[in-house]
Write a protein that binds this ligand. Structure first.
Ligand SMILES: NC(=O)N[C@@H](O)C(=O)O
Length: 180
């Protein structure tokens, strides 16, 4: 918050409260409502489940310090978007999330709110509807990381901006990286 939400099992299970449940005949812990699905439009039906295979860019492979320039931020004006990494090492930083709130006067990203978060292989993130974010940035030695993605989409070829709007930049901005 206020950019969206994180599903972080290690933290959430360690801070268990009375919202938790046992499940699977007592062999599982079930936490309720750990993320969100926003829709700012009367979509019909249910959100889409998409698959993203995100390839690690060569300069982000390995464990050297991250130096990465972001030239575009995007938003999905009417829907949140949740990325759930699949098959990643639990404790290893696997992807970088960069987010910004919207300047309500210009409708563009408010770069004073720009933040970056290192996310581990067992953390899922949800970008809130209308929250500006960088396209997925994957890290590590593997060639790619697969994500299950949940989002409401129009897929209207006459109005792609209803699903995704982009803001491009000619120069990059240094941003402090936080642990997710
Ligand atoms: N740029 C891009 O592909 N963004 C994705 O989040 C999408 O599904 O639109």
């Amino acid at each position: 918050a206020p950019y969206g939400s994180v599903i972080s099992p290690d933290e959430q299970i360690s801070n268990i409260d009375d919202s938790s449940r046992t499940a699977n005949q007592g062999t599982a812990i079930k936490l309720l409502n750990v993320s969100q699905i926003d829709k700012k439009y009367p979509f019909d039906g249910t959100p889409n489940w998409n698959l993203f295979r995100c390839f690690c860019q060569p300069h982000l492979r390995g464990t050297k310090p991250i130096e990465h320039s972001i030239r575009v931020l995007e938003k999905h004006p009417y829907s949140s978007q949740t990325f759930i990494p699949m098959g990643c090492p639990r404790q290893q930083p696997c992807y970088l999330v960069v987010v910004a709130l919207e300047d309500c006067n210009t409708g563009r990203p408010d770069l004073t709110t720009l933040k970056a978060f290192l996310c581990k292989g067992n953390q899922a993130v949800t970008y809130g509807a209308g929250i500006w974010h960088a396209p997925m940035i994957t890290l590590g030695d593997q060639e790619y990381i697969d994500f299950g993605v949940v989002i409401y989409e129009f897929h209207d070829p006459q109005a792609p901006e209803k699903d995704c709007q982009e803001q491009h930049y000619d120069s990059s901005i240094k941003v402090e990286i936080f642990q997710c």
